[in-house]
Design a protein. Structure first.
Length: 117
């Protein structure tokens, strides 16, 4: 797909920076001693970030594919299909993580802290 030369680089850089920051924050929360009861949910969020990033990578590969290639249409369709499947898997991780966050029991320290407020 034709676009300005620096557009793909900006897309990749911007996405990588934001997802990198998100990944680091989730990792810090995952290993936080105060949030032990949410470790499974944070693990599912890590899965979401990985599969979503992989999906975006496939989609970016599809839109930057050489349109002059003899089988460009088939290759682009395949890459977009793979991106869609990876996106669906990432959304499954997100939904399971959100469900896990909502059903995780609070620890005694969290409950006592809430009572003092």
């Amino acid at each position: 797909m034709p676009m300005e030369q620096e557009t793909m680089g900006m897309l990749i850089s911007g996405f990588s920076i934001i997802m990198g920051i998100t990944f680091i924050v989730v990792l810090l929360l995952l290993f936080s001693k105060k949030r032990k009861s949410f470790r499974t949910a944070y693990g599912l969020m890590i899965g979401y970030i990985i599969f979503f990033s992989w999906s975006v990578s496939q989609a970016l590969n599809a839109i930057s594919f050489d349109v002059n290639h003899p089988m460009a249409s088939e290759e682009i369709s395949l890459r977009l299909g793979i991106a869609g499947i990876l996106w669906a898997i990432s959304m499954l991780f997100l939904i399971l993580g959100l469900i896990k966050f909502s059903y995780t029991k609070r620890t005694k320290a969290e409950t006592s802290h809430k009572q003092h407020i």
